[in-house]
Design a protein around this ligand. Sequence first.
Ligand code: NI
Length: 175
Amino acid sequence: MAVREILTVPNPILKEVSKPVDKVDEELRSLMDDMLDSMYAADGIGLAAIQVGVPKRVIVMDLDWGRGERNPRYFVNPVLSDPSDNKLPYEEGCLSVPTYYDEVERPDRVRIDYLDYDGKPKTEIAEGMFAVCIQHEMDHLEGVLFIDHLSRLKRQRAVQKVKKLARLRDQDDAA
Ligand code: NI
């Protein structure tokens, strides 16, 4: 297991559409292990493979992280359907847009079909924060970030903030 670098905006790789996984094998599980480590190291609750530069339809998540528990979830080739009409406004953040948070509205309930860590097909109904998080991560697989749901002005502000942060970090590293 290893912590990998998480790409941040405006890295163009984040705009790529991820490809379906052919087989859930040891190599893919190793990627999922690394993704989980990287997510925990960055204090996140969800991560898509493209955020570590791998364009595969893979998501890891742990909604209990931060509550002192570990309850990792793995989603391979996830497909969402049956979104509720009811929308939930939620203050979202993203490890690829560090330190920027803003409200996005999404359906508060959605069905997910996916393969788990062992490659077994699963179906779940996600509600509340789980529904928000899986839709946010699914967007990553299509090259969409949560800031793409905001106004152009807000999006530009978010990217500028992250660029500034990256510059400061580079200066620190050089010092
Ligand atoms: Ni994200």
